[in-house]
Design a protein around this ligand. Structure first.
Ligand code: BES
Ligand code: ZN
Length: 627
């Protein structure tokens, strides 16, 4: 589509110039697409043409070849012509080898266009005169950006290989040729062929009792955006946690995972009570190997979860609340383009806090809200203005490069402000209606703003105003007077830290009895940037921080260690970087290391060792720090 648009653009400007011979040539319209007015409804990250021909169902028949590291097979796409005249179906692909395209066994003409480094290649298929299905025979590349093939050594059990996909934001196209835009919703069915001893699971109906015979059938009967199509294959076993909830994991971590996340069923019930019935039948979790590049991914019916949050004390389970909440904000009401990501992540972060409060109480909520707010403040201090805007302009950029706390925490804070202004019960009612109103639709920021205009801005005109809403959504920074989360449980942590920093208490004298993981995080995250060697070893001695088994605490401590070149922690730092691929945990460490020559050399060694085990996204995002 892009190339056609460029062509059309060229044609119009040429025509304009020709029809106005007096105009000096310098004033010929020199606009590049980048400088033109943004088209709010347009997905700048897809070549597809759903406004002409729209795909509504995908049927996959794929074999997972663990030797070649390829998915091989067919995708049959059912489509409807939106524009009767249209003769071309344009799909997104990335690194795919297209062997043949057919309709009812008749070969169709197709053309794979030049690759864009961020977006892949458009696949243009000439449609037959009649019919509504095409079958694409293809295989993925070994380096598919949305798939990771793991050797047995990279799994918990060390005996079987593993494959998982991660489609959000623009990587579904690297394992399926499709219209890879969140504006397009499809139902899907799939037959997945694997080595016999492995189990395949998908973001669809999964049957834990299915015969393990290497052929697995799936059905996702509800229309979902492409970024929610997901597949994993491994030595997976299932354990129920509640009536509608359970865990899939490798056997050696199954029990620990089921225990850690045993509150999932209560979270599901609490969320339903406040925001309306869960629409997706079951809610299960899949625990991935540590190279999974995210904390979690809200694949419908089956959230994909990093094992790094299995801490033994449920301290990091807000991640589950978050992925579950996406079942409402994201999977039911979906962002129409990646510019609108905050509609997914901001609403979900707001819901996460609310769920955590319902299940674990207000103290826990307050602590998590303060930590989230501090993450937001740090990003606001560091990011350029454009990147602080909720409805961000992402044209020409790779969504993977723009990941920050803005859509999450600024989005949630915006909703929190509305909640405080109109009252919690009223806001809950609004959200419930919003989820119903746009259920199974993909919406833009502008659609949300219009909806707000007709609802809350009308009903609560005395306390809400349009300008303030515009400021939150379209301007950088945090608007003045926004709510600031506070936690009583953190006051004593501040007191303790200050007393220790002033020297009135030694580290061992600090009363940390009963501190929660969150209090430890707050203690560490708010240390001054510079600490001396004896301060660091006193802390480490008193609290065994280098040896912490909690991956978040270890992360905060290692960051302090890097900032101050505290060498006794570097062995742990090395193994942390090599064994964990979750980008949020490793990227800040690489970034900090890259600031000194010695640090960079250390980072480079760790990166080279870790690289074969890292997901393509973790490699891409961090390699700049070691080059
Ligand atoms: N959907 C996101 C992950 C994502 C966002 C992938 C954008 C690609 C592009 C997921 O729900 C998420 O937000 N994960 C967070 C969880 C955290 C905020 C609790 C993560 O992985 O850190
Ligand atoms: Zn999320």
């Amino acid at each position: 589509m892009k190339s056609i648009r460029y062509l059309a653009f060229f044609w119009v400007t040429t025509l304009l110039a020709c029809s106005n011979p007096e105009q000096p040539s310098e004033t010929k319209v020199q606009q590049t697409p980048k400088q033109t007015q943004i088209d709010n409804a347009k997905d700048y990250h897809s070549f597809a043409n759903p406004d002409e021909v729209k795909v509504s169902h995908i049927d996959l028949d794929l074999t997972a070849d663990f030797e070649k590291h390829q998915l091989i097979g067919t995708a049959t796409l059912t489509y409807q012509k939106v524009d009767e005249q249209s003769e071309t179906l344009i799909l997104d692909t990335r690194g795919l080898t297209i062997l043949e395209v057919t309709a009812g066994n008749v070969p169709l003409a197709f053309e794979l266009q030049k690759e864009d480094p961020n977006l892949g290649s458009a696949l243009r298929i000439t449609l037959p005169k009649s019919g509504n299905q095409v079958t694409i025979n293809y295989h993925t590349s070994k380096e598919a950006s949305g798939a990771q093939w793991l050797t047995p050594e990279q799994t918990a059990g060390k005996q079987f290989p593993f494959l998982f996909t991660q489609a959000q934001a623009v990587h579904a196209r690297s394992f399926i040729p499709l219209q890879d835009s969140p504006q397009v919703r499809v139902t899907y069915t799939a037959t997945i062929r694997t080595p016999e001893e492995l189990l395949a699971v998908m973001s669809a109906a999964n049957d834990p009792d299915t015969e393990r015979d290497g052929v697995y059938e799936f059905n996702m009967p509800q229309p979902i955006p492409s970024y929610l199509i997901a597949l994993a294959i491994g030595d997976l076993h299932f354990k129920a946690m509640g009536e509608r909830t359970g865990v899939y994991a490798e056997p050696s971590i199954l029990d620990a995972a089921a225990k850690e996340f045993e509150d999932t069923e209560s979270m599901l019930e609490a969320t339903e009570k406040t925001y309306g019935p869960y629409s997706w039948d079951r809610y299960d979790l899949l625990i991935l190997p540590p190279s999974f590049p995210f904390g979690g991914m809200e694949n419908p019916r089956l959230s994909f979860i990093t094992p790094t949050v299995i801490a033994g004390d449920k301290s990091l389970v807000s991640l589950i609340a978050h992925e579950l909440a996406h079942s409402w904000s994201g999977n039911t009401v979906t962002n129409a383009t990646w510019r609108d990501l905050w509609l997914n992540e901001g609403f979900t972060t707001y819901l996460t806090y609310r769920i955590m409060e319902m299940i674990y109480g207000t103290d826990r909520y307050n602590m998590e809200a303060v930590l989230g707010y501090q993450d937001l403040e740090a990003d606001i201090a560091a990011l350029p203005d454009n990147d602080e805007i909720l409805a961000i302009d992402l044209r020409g950029r790779n969504p993977d490069d723009v990941f920050s706390n803005i859509p999450y925490e600024k989005g949630a804070l915006f909703l929190r402000e509305i909640e405080q202004k109109i009252g919690r019960d009223n806001f809950d009612k609004f959200l419930l209606e919003y989820f119903n109103h746009f259920a199974f639709e993909s919406i833009t920021t502008d659609q949300f703003v219009n909806y707000l205009d007709k609802t809350l801005l009308t009903t609560y005109a005395d306390v809400l105003d349009k300008e303030r809403i515009q400021q939150w959504i379209f301007e950088p920074g945090i608007p003045e007077g926004a709510p600031v989360p506070e936690s009583d449980a953190f006051s004593k942590v501040d007191t303790a830290r200050n007393a220790w920093l002033e020297g009135s208490l030694s580290a061992k004298q600090v009363d940390t009895q009963g501190w929660t993981v969150h209090q430890w995080l707050y203690f560490l995250n708010n240390m001054p940037d510079e600490l001396n060697e004896s301060q660091l070893s006193a802390l480490d001695d008193a609290f065994q921080l280098t040896a912490s088994k909690n991956n978040e605490i270890a992360h905060s401590w290692l960051l302090i260690a890097v900032k101050n070149q505290y060498k006794p922690a570097y062995e742990r730092l090395h193994s942390y970087l090599v064994n964990i691929g979750r980008n949020k945990l490793v990227k800040p460490l690489y970034k900090e290391l890259s600031k000194t020559v010695e640090g960079k050399a250390f980072a480079k060694r760790a990166f080279e060792e870790a690289k074969p085990g890292y997901h393509p996204l973790t490699v891409r995002v961090n390699k700049k720090f070691v080059e």
